[in-house]
Write a new protein. Sequence first.
Length: 291
Amino acid sequence: MDIKLQEQQNRGITAAAYPQVNASINTQYNPNVTVQTFPNFIAQGTYGVLEAEGVKNGNGEPITSPEDFGFIQAQFGTKWTASAGATLSQILFDGQVFVGLQARETSISYREQAAELTKEQIRTNIYKIYYQLSVANEQIRLIDANIARTDKLLSDSRELYKNGFAESLDVDRASVQLTNFQAQKQTTINNVSNGYLGLKVSPSTRIAVPRLADAPWSMECKTWKTIEVNGDRQLIMGEGINFHIRDELWDRDAMRVHMDRYHPVGRMFADRYCRTDDRMVFPPAQGAPVA
């Protein structure tokens, strides 16, 4: 997309260096031409000349002016008017245009290299995910072996305890170990599921970084503010500029998310996360505006 945009920008710069020809043709139709009425000054002037020269009529009598010359009507304008024009211009010197012309190939090369870098980053991330999935699957295999061994140990400890050859602490210790292995296995399985989810990406619309295709909700963000914390940490806050939400999660009429269908995972700290299935609603304080 960036390459296409740069190509269009280069075309605009190239077009600015060419001669510019502009032409226009205008026509106008007036269905009703204005008619004006005014005193008949033409007849008055004509009679004045005839009287001054002593001109006589056909009966041999001097011509005299009538008492009232009356009025005449005349139209000023035409029903149809037309005009045409053309201009020719050529840039003789413009530093921005000349620099833009010289930088066309460089700008395209820069965009192509940036696109190739993005592709390489995507490939690298996919390789990392594949490696992590391979390691996680091996971890699951090892955990299954530990679960089988610990389950047998727990069974043996219970039998020994029944016969008085072991203490209850041994049974409890084996039970706790089995529970820990089972929880570790479930965590690893979740990581594998998330890893497979990360392999399916779709292009974003307003940023270069792709998004997870199977995520029920994803945001395209840009950095809004970065705060330095104690000199060795940064708090980065983003601004959501585009959202991708599954249709079944979005209420178009209320412009809200169906919270009964949406079950996001929340981060607590470090690598600790929590589910948000158990929710509660706190009513707003008296007098506070309701969102």
